[in-house]
Design a protein around this ligand. Sequence first.
Ligand code: SF4
Ligand code: SF4
Length: 338
Amino acid sequence: MGDYKILKEKVPDFIKALDKFEVFAPVKKGDTVRFEKIDDPSRATLDFSNTNVPPKELMFPETETLFRYRVVSTEIEPKVPSDEEKRVVLGIRPCDAMAFSIVDRLFGWDFPDPYYQKRRENSILVGLACAEPCSNCFCTSLGGGPANEEPLDAILYDLGEFYYLKTITDKSEAFVSSAGDALESAGDSERAQATELAGSAEKKIKRTIKTEGIPEKLPSLYDHEFWTQYSNRCLGCGICTFLCPTCHCFDIQDEIEAFDGRRARMWDTCMFAEYTLHASGHNPRPTRKERTRNRISHKYSYFPTKFGVIACVGCGRCINFCPVNIDIIDVLQKSKEV
Ligand code: SF4
Ligand code: SF4
């Protein structure tokens, strides 16, 4: 819709000008990059491959209070985010943005989730196109790409001295009009450079998987021994799910102190035995074999069967961070061959 550019030295001014929004952006701490609320614009970085923790935590926090209550009263104090909390999320990689359009289906399904939905509605998503994909990126196999726009409101391209900003939705106009002098207009030349950058990044993606047939095939492998080959190595640490931008399982707990209580939800993972442990002591997924099978089948068969889309965007985090090198592309490839 609109073409702009931001000189790199003006990025702090650009962030400062967005003061009517809460701004979230990647922040570097040692070797780790993670989204944080930006109070000091100099802390934000747009120079990173991808964040270690995906931005799903901005819509679906690791732990959040759903409501507070008093044990002696029937009144509750809901903690649903208000309409006023408008935010700009700056620097989302296209794969992580695409994960929102997958997770939206779940949180808008049988019981629409006002906590997630309110944050999504209140957020303007500004992507950052990839120039140098990581060695395990395979977004192009899942319908994405280094400059994929769905469901971004605007996207930035790093063109050396400046960022080219392309606005995509009407929602982005609110933040463009707030940015003032930090934005300059851009045109055909910048657009052409951005197209070139995206094309060159796409060629650098080395890993691929043809997903056709996988959702239909996986249920037939339910009792197959090939799951053991991978699950034998698994430590059950759960990092593959906690760092996955599309994983969305949670637990709900009540915490009570004297007469005051809160109901909170927190991330959980199907890679933990307790996740499916029944009160009777029975566990339908008693070993890592069943849990590994569930993780892969949920993403590549159960979710697409229910919602029509594979619940993986090919970000590669579960490969990069698995301490025993379990590689989802290998598992999927093997599932096609057995
Ligand atoms: S990251 Fe690797 S070891 Fe940890 S639970 Fe996942 S597959 Fe198992
Ligand atoms: S399953 Fe792995 S590659 Fe796919 S979205 Fe999750 S972390 Fe990324």
